[in-house]
Design a protein around this ligand. Structure first.
Ligand code: ZN
Length: 65
């Protein structure tokens, strides 16, 4: 079964979910809202990229020196 990565548009929480065939989009485990988006590589807005870069800088700052 494929594992999908979801991004909650309400609170920004990221989570992975194993989806069965025909299953609808899951609720966000953090806030319970159904406004989640499947995160694909193509769906990478500039704002989102910036956000990820910032997170990565925080986690591994040596990469950016
Ligand atoms: Zn949420």
């Amino acid at each position: 079964m494929p594992i999908y990565e979801y991004h909650c548009t309400a609170c920004g929480h990221l989570f992975e979910r194993i989806m069965k065939v025909g299953e609808k989009a899951p609720r966000c485990p953090a806030c319970g809202v159904k406004e989640v988006r499947k995160r694909a590589a193509a769906f990478r807005t500039n704002a989102w990229s910036t956000f990820l870069d910032r997170m990565e800088k925080r986690v591994s700052p040596q990469k950016f020196k």
